[in-house]
Design a protein around this ligand. Structure first.
Ligand code: PBG
Length: 320
């Protein structure tokens, strides 16, 4: 034991009990939980045992044979952790922001966004989209990735691919597809940064919220919110909240193929978005520049995109 034995308050959140951090069990989720614990302990000068990581099995991890969009969407990743949070079994929860629904239950608050990782998609199995062999089979269950790929390469076919990162790489190695697309952020956080070829984010726009970690707690738990504020990264929060506001204003859901890229230039943000028809045949794009934190700008971009989009695209967005 270190000096914390004699002076617990200097090394613990608020006395004797560790804070309980809820997470999914996948290797990526556990890596994100450890990063969160490390950052929070460093920010407050706590020992590691000030935070206890509590793994929870999410329903999205139990059903692996059907596309996520078909079995209930993103709530499958948050439902169990939400219940544990609201029941007081955990004090806060960590999520890939990309997997968190745009509209959250009122008693739950996003209290911090960690510094965003690499936002790019990585192509595994070929050096570039252009280099894919004619008629290649691409393993992905993400409507955005499927539409983007088919837009660039209508000769390719899409093979459903679910499961965690290791499972998908295993399916690829077993020959179930010729190539797959993964988030660079997930690979980096798993220590697999050498896998595949990152795609230029300006040409191949990523998913809303990709690469960001969100930390949630109860909206009425001011003490935990104050502790989490110490690890919030405002530039990352402004960018991902703008992307989520765009998604909300478009009335998008997990079937909606939308890609976005946010760039910061000082206090000005540029938000670029592309909407696709699911078969990739249609694509429209728009961009808006605005002051970071302006809550109205993403909605204006959504209105502009929907006004110009053909029916094959608007059918997958309900607007606001
Ligand atoms: N849909 C699953 C998911 N959710 C978050 C990540 C990666 C990490 C991130 O984007 O922050 C992944 C895997 C992937 O898309 O390759």
């Amino acid at each position: 034991m270190t000096a914390s034995h004699d002076h617990p308050s200097a090394h613990r959140p608020s006395g004797q009990h560790p804070l309980r951090l809820g997470t999914r069990r996948s290797p990526l989720a556990m890596a994100q939980a450890e990063e969160t614990r490390d950052r929070l302990c460093a920010a407050h000068g706590w020992e590691h045992d000030a935070i206890r990581i509590v793994p929870v099995t999410a329903s999205g991890d139990k059903v692996l044979d059907r596309p996520l969009a078909e079995i209930g969407g993103k709530a499958l990743w948050t439902k169990e952790l939400d219940a544990w949070l609201l029941d007081g079994e955990i004090d806060f929860a960590v999520h890939s922001l990309k997997d968190v629904e745009t509209i959250r239950p009122a008693p739950i608050a996003i209290a911090a966004i960690l510094p965003r990782e690499d936002v790019r998609d990585v192509l595994v199995g070929a050096s570039s989209v252009q280099a894919l062999p004619a008629g290649a089979r691409i393993g992905t269950s993400a409507p955005r990735r499927a539409a983007q790929l088919l837009h660039a390469r209508p000769d390719c076919t899409i093979v459903p691919f679910r499961g965690n990162v290791a499972t998908r790489l295993g399916k690829l190695a077993a020959g179930e597809a010729d190539a797959t697309l993964l988030a660079a952020a997930g690979l980096n956080r798993l220590g697999e940064s050498g896998v595949g070829h990152p795609l230029d984010a300006e040409e191949w726009l990523p998913a809303p919220g990709q690469g960001a970690i969100a930390i949630e707690c109860r909206a009425d738990d001011a003490a935990t919110q104050a502790l989490l504020a110490a690890i919030d990264h405002a530039p990352s929060r402004h960018a991902v909240f703008a992307e989520r506001a765009l998604l909300a204003a478009l009335g998008g859901n997990c079937h909606s193929p939308i890609a976005v890229l946010t760039r910061a230039e000082g206090d000005t943000l540029s938000l670029r978005a592309a909407l696709f028809s699911p078969d990739g045949a249609e694509r429209i794009e728009g961009e808006i520049r605005f002051a970071a934190g302006d809550p109205e700008a993403p909605g204006r971009l959504a209105d502009d995109l929907l006004a110009r989009a053909p029916q094959a695209i608007t059918a997958h967005f309900s607007g606001r």
